[in-house]
Design a protein around this ligand. Structure first.
Ligand SMILES: [Zn+2]
Length: 600
């Protein structure tokens, strides 16, 4: 399949996502673009008048919501053309046009929050009671005034706003250096041919069977980062200092608290994850030992972690993947399953197969007026199946949110999003492991699960520990150097590897530099909490707990109408306690047991 990637024009329309369902033609898109542009002055008319009466505020909200939903639809259509062929210049131009329109529209309604804050919470609350059209804004107003506690004077806010652009420097620099400027020495494969090492090929080499190629690729990859360790360390330190500055400017007690404040998450959620992760590290140590035995190597090295455990490759056509996913999701009921199936097969939510110029990776997106689309490069294997299950989890979450929530709550945070997506993967894996007889396929399913757990339930929590430590050092006024960052990271991975994986301290210790995620502070832990919430909720449903399905569906329908932790409590999981993380480790431990038996 990789040798003969078709051009976009050669892909059968039934395997592409349904762009004509958004706009029938580019001309129709153009017309809507012009109509929205012309309507922007009408929106401005509400400025200074939200406080006139409850009806005036309600009228304005209706106009704003309508504007936002139309702009998003224009944005989605442009992006759809761009993502499936990033070399399409006309599509790139449409995206930049849509971005401009989005920015102008947001600027036109930017007076909303400051004006509401000026009217005051008491008045707004009274109006919400008096005017039925305003009832939905209860949570919106609560959140607005909750955040107000850390909003500074107008002058300070203006200054902080002006800093946002220059402060994006370090993240951009790291990306430019490691993606655009880095050149890696090639590896050599078993047959003596040269294997180019790039950001785009490294994972493919590391998941390959050729150990010597893996070793060289990993060493050359990490050595390039090490050659720039001082620049990279200073750059990361600048970003952390900015976080500390922002935390102090907004008068939070710590960077962790400041970062979690946005979604109203108490810091215990983070600390619970880390301490439960640490106490369960022996499960990971057990897995490394089994992996070492299965690969038949004396010493397991970091470049052996992604290596395949069997030579057999699964073959799962798209239709089969959809059938298995639907079977796995059956406990959620006919309605959920039939919408998902129709989305995958008839309504064309999914842009299925790779083609030249298509965007890498997979994601789910859309707007309340479109289908919840998915773009991916399906490859007829277990990874493709699991990726589809994950993205379909996001899409069904969006679908149910958009069906049930007003515009203002049509968005939800990553904190809850990664629960819905991982939930589907957990359900589908459980179904396959229960029903599939073929041991090779069982191993493939567990291998895929373990590689997912490795990234999100081993690497991400380890990075989160690193992040906490380095932020605390800067908060205490200590300096950060390349070597101190490398030592810390090597210690943390050393603890996670136990005595089971060889720790090449410099090459393992530079891992922090290979994750651009660290430029968004305290972001990565959410993957691990999402995975935990997902497993706790899937267990509840799989064990047949009364009301569990209804609770979960209510959560999917809630969108952004609750704070993330409250929405999850409604679904049946409380992430302020360690229970969900513990349960996820017991799922992981069960997988390791099973893998051990299958490989014996
Ligand atoms: Zn996701």
């Amino acid at each position: 399949m990789t040798e003969t990637i078709p051009a976009r024009s050669e892909v059968a329309p039934e395997l592409t996502w349904n762009a004509p369902s958004v706009f029938p033609s580019d001309d129709a898109w153009d017309e809507e673009f012009k109509r929205i542009t012309d309507s922007l002055p009408d929106v401005k008319k509400f400025q200074g008048h939200l406080g006139d009466s409850p009806a005036a505020w309600a009228d304005a909200m209706q106009v704003f919501d309508d504007l936002v939903s139309r702009v998003l639809k224009v944005f989605v259509y442009a992006g759809m053309a761009h993502h499936v062929d990033t070399t399409d210049q006309a599509a790139t131009a449409m995206v930049s046009q849509a971005q401009g329109l989005y920015a102008r529209s947001m600027a036109a309604i930017a007076f909303l929050d400051p004006e509401l804050l000026a009217i005051g919470e008491e008045t707004l609350r009274r109006w919400i009671k008096d005017e039925p059209r305003l009832a939905i804004y209860d949570h919106y107003v609560s959140n607005l005034f909750r955040k107000q506690a850390h909003v500074r004077s107008a002058e300070v806010e203006e200054l902080l706003g002006m800093l946002a652009d220059p402060f994006s420097g370090p993240g951009g620099t790291a990306g430019m250096l490691t993606n655009a400027d880095f050149k890696f020495e090639p590896a050599v494969s078993a047959d003596g041919s040269e294997v180019p090492v790039t950001q785009g090929t490294i994972l493919r080499i590391l998941t390959g069977a050729d150990r010597e190629a893996r070793r060289m690729a990993w060493e050359h990859y990490t050595d390039t980062y090490l050659a720039f360790k001082n620049t990279l360390a200073n750059n990361l330190a600048s970003s952390i200092k900015q976080n500390v500055f922002n935390m102090r400017a907004r008068r939070h007690r710590s960077t962790l608290e400041a970062s979690l404040f946005e979604n109203n998450i108490p810091v215990e959620v983070f600390h619970n994850l880390i301490s439960t992760f640490r106490s369960n590290l022996p499960t990971w140590h057990r897995y490394w030992a089994i992996r070492r035995k299965a690969l038949g190597v004396d010493t397991l090295h970091p470049y052996d972690i992604w290596a395949p455990l069997t030579g057999e490759k699964s073959h799962i056509p798209y239709q089969q993947a959809v059938d298995w996913i639907c079977a796995g999701m059956a406990p959620l009921g006919d309605e959920y399953v039939s919408v998902a199936r129709k989305g995958c097969l008839d309504d064309r939510w999914v842009d299925v197969y790779p083609n030249q110029g298509k965007t890498a990776g997979a994601f789910s997106w859309g707007s309340p007026d479109t289908y919840p689309f998915i773009v991916m490069s399906y490859n007829d294997d277990v990874l493709g199946l699991s990726t589809l299950a994950h993205e379909l989890g996001h899409s069904m979450h969006s679908y149910l949110t958009w069906q049930n929530q007003p515009m203002v709550y049509s968005n939800y945070s990553l904190f809850v999003a990664e629960v819905a997506s991982n939930f589907n993967q957990a359900m589908v894996r459980a179904h396959l492991l229960e029903t599939i007889a073929d041991p090779a396929l069982q191993i493939s399913v567990i291998e895929e699960a373990m590689s997912n757990f490795h990234r999100y339930f081993f690497v991400m929590p380890t990075l989160a520990r690193f992040e906490l430590d380095v932020h605390e050092r800067v908060e205490r006024g200590e300096g950060l150097t390349a070597d101190s960052l490398i030592e810390l990271m090597a210690d943390l991975f050393g603890e996670g590897f136990g005595d089971q994986v060889h720790v090449d301290r410099a090459r393992v210790g530079i891992t922090w530099a290979t994750f651009g995620h660290l430029y968004a502070d305290f972001y990565v832990y959410q993957y691990a909490t999402g995975l935990s919430g997902a497993h706790a909720l899937s267990r509840r449903i799989l064990s047949g707990e009364a009301g569990a399905v209804d609770d979960y569906l209510r959560f999917l329908k809630a969108g952004g109408s609750f704070y993330p932790l409250d929405a999850l409590k409604m679904a049946g999981v409380d992430l302020t306690t360690p229970q969900a993380v513990e349960e996820t480790f017991s799922v992981l431990s069960g997988m390791v047991d099973r893998l051990e038996k299958l490989l014996a």
